[in-house]
Design a protein around this ligand. Structure first.
Ligand code: ADP
Ligand code: TRP
Length: 333
């Protein structure tokens, strides 16, 4: 077992959709594992969801879903401080303070803002059409998240690497002006899971509407898996497991000998895709059944989730208050 590290690890998850198998394999499962060995700050980034979702009921529901999923999957709440971003008032304050040392040009270079500008330019619209200041200053709020807790390491998906580098840049600008105040955080990108395909074979993503929700009820899980698109090979024909969404998903749930066996069945021919889908469904269903049960229990008891999040917030607030105080003194005396 890896040694428990002294590094402070932090990550945020945006509550913008119901988590799916891609999120589970690529993000939630590794985070739960991380919490078993390390002190981690893990928060639900509801303030970051505000630039796209203007419905409090939707944000709240996704916030509970993520919290319930992490707990049901076995998040170690002794090591992990699980909280809601908006419960920590210091993060709004630090974002305002940091905006004064953040060059506007840095925000112009942020991927998500640039993507909007390119889209608007291509369609002949004003370059800033549909851009609110929440989107534009998104990286400053994210820098505040990271710097508030003296973070060393930030595990994120590849799309978030630039934002963590910006947090590092902003910490550097601040330290240059006001003296050593912030540690410089580092992004850690986990590529090992690769990209999990969705029902249509493209990356599983809520933007493509091709997802399998992580804790869908059993009947829905079965329906979705049966709907995975395959090629038109007959049952008799040999099939390529490495090009099959069914096999790519199975790999993340079955044991090594089980994976080897299904691989053989693909290559040998004689197994139809319907049979392969049933094998996949049974495996995923049995691996997730207990956690799904706990998830459903928690979603029916949101007061219990509120209590966990409140406890996390009170632990996070101690560090947040100390950091904000330090920054306030450096900037305003
Ligand atoms: P979506 O594409 O559904 O909007 P997000 O961008 O919110 O998902 O991703 C949240 C986390 O889940 C990120 O860490 C991302 O790397 C991971 N993730 C999302 N989709 C996949 C996928 N298909 N395969 C592997 N990891 C994924
Ligand atoms: N921006 C991240 C995302 O869209 C979520 C997030 C917010 C985050 N604050 C963070 C991730 C701080 C890591 C550290 O997925």
């Amino acid at each position: 077992m890896a040694k428990k590290s002294d590094k402070i690890i932090l990550t945020g998850i945006k509550p913008t959709g119901t988590p799916h198998l891609g999120n589970y394999i690529g993000a939630l499962k590794p985070l739960v594992e991380l919490s078993k060995k390390n002190r981690t700050y893990m928060f639900i980034a509801d303030l970051h969801a505000l630039n796209t979702i203007h419905d409090s009921v939707v944000i709240k529901r996704h916030t509970y879903e993520i919290a319930a999923m992490l707990i049901a999957l076995g998040l170690d709440l002794k090591n992990a401080v699980l909280f809601r971003q908006s419960d920590i008032v210091q993060v709004y304050q630090l974002a305002t303070l940091l905006s004064n040392v953040t060059p506007k040009g840095l925000m112009n270079r942020a991927h998500s803002y640039k993507a909007m500008v390119e889209k608007n330019t291509a369609s002949g619209d004003d370059i800033d059409a549909g851009v609110n200041m929440g989107l534009y200053t998104y990286p400053i709020l994210m820098a505040a998240d990271i710097l508030l807790y003296n973070t060393d390491v930030v595990p994120v998906g590849a799309d978030q690497k630039q934002h963590v580098e910006f947090a590092r840049d902003i910490a550097g600008y601040f330290n240059n002006i006001y003296g050593e105040t912030f540690k410089l955080p580092e992004p850690v990108i986990s590529e090992s899971a690769g990209v999990i395909p969705g029902l249509d074979g493209r990356k599983m993503s809520k933007s493509y509407d091709n997802t399998i929700p992580l804790f869908a009820p059993e009947s829905e899980l079965k329906k979705k898996i049966m709907r995975i698109i395959t090629d038109s090979k007959t049952p008799d024909e040999p099939k390529n497991p490495d090009e099959s969404t069914i096999f790519q998903l199975y790999k993340h749930f079955a044991t090594e000998p089980e994976v080897a066996k299904l691989r053989e069945m693909f290559v040998a021919g004689g197994m139809g895709y319907g049979t392969a889908k049933t094998i996949l469904f049974e495996k995923v269903n049995s691996v997730l059944a207990d956690a799904r049960c706990e998830y459903e229990r928690l979603m029916a008891n949101t007061a219990e989730l509120d209590a966990v999040l409140a406890d996390g917030a009170s632990r996070a607030r101690v560090v947040a208050a100390e950091t904000l105080d330090r920054v306030h003194r450096a900037m305003l005396g």
